[in-house]
Design a protein around this ligand. Structure first.
Ligand code: ADP
Ligand code: AMP
Length: 217
């Protein structure tokens, strides 16, 4: 049976950072909705151009197009054994749609590791984030600096600062998370799927806590 994990947490909590480690360890495909939108934008697809009008303001892309994009991604052969979802779902309607599509794929959500980080730490994390242009690896100028400034340690490609990591957009993304995404904490708690993880610890300590939660699931 395929296994699906949903990484939940505010922007800057460390979802992408942890997803890279866990996906490798468990041989799962890392499906990041933000990366998929950015890839569409790079290729100048219609979806990418539409998404950009929302992403640039820190708003959510409408549910219908987001759900369709994820459904297409999860239907591909590399996801037959499941996936590690990062950034999706972000609304209760997306969570309902996910539950429905996973039953079609003969699976369901197995666990929702929720990386909790208070708001006051998020701005600094996001404003200091450097992202790898080719594969979305993430670094932080203070907390996880690359060996050579501006160069990804893992694949040598260029690191850049995302446009939506500027402080005005960051503030809006945090507000949007509180209003539209944080209800998912209770949504998954009620389903007994939530594993709360203290995201204020070091990257290594958070990884250890995530692995412990996944082992138990
Ligand atoms: P998300 O995917 O949840 O938006 P990221 O994984 O991109 O978050 O992390 C946001 C920023 O915070 C990155 O610059 C990353 O290097 C840094 N970061 C991630 N986890 C930690 C941590 N536990 N402590 C300090 N900084 C972290
Ligand atoms: P992220 O890379 O997860 O920080 O997402 C970057 C941006 O992409 C968000 O601010 C949204 O504009 C958009 N986005 C990513 N995932 C979703 C989603 N599940 N629903 C709606 N918009 C999304």
């Amino acid at each position: 049976m395929p296994r699906y994990y949903v990484l939940l947490g505010p922007p800057g909590a460390g979802k992408g950072t942890q997803a890279k480690v866990i996906a490798e360890k468990y041989d799962l495909v890392h499906v990041s909705s933000g990366d998929l939108f950015r890839d569409n934008l790079k290729r100048q697809t219609e979806l990418g151009q539409l998404a950009q009008t929302y992403m640039s303001k820190g708003e959510l892309v409408p549910d219908d197009v987001t759900i369709a994009m994820i459904r297409e991604r999860l239907s591909r052969p590399d996801c037959v054994n499941g996936a590690l979802l990062d950034g999706f779902p972000r609304t209760p309607a997306q969570a309902d749609a996910l539950a429905k599509m996973l039953t079609e794929f003969k699976g369901g959500v197995n666990l929702v590791p929720y990386i909790s980080v208070p708001e006051n730490l998020l701005v600094e994390r996001l404003c200091g984030r450097w992202t790898c242009r080719s594969n979305g690896h993430v670094f932080h100028e203070k907390y996880n600096p690359p060996q050579i400034a501006g160069v990804c340690d893992l694949d040598g490609s260029e690191l850049y600062q995302r446009d939506d990591d500027k402080s005005e957009t960051v503030m809006n993304r945090i507000k949007v998370y509180a209003a539209q995404t944080s209800p998912l904490i209770e949504y998954y708690r009620k389903l007994n799927l939530l594993a709360e993880i203290d995201g204020t610890k070091s990257i290594e300590d958070v990884t250890a806590a995530m692995l412990a939660a996944l082992e138990k699931a």
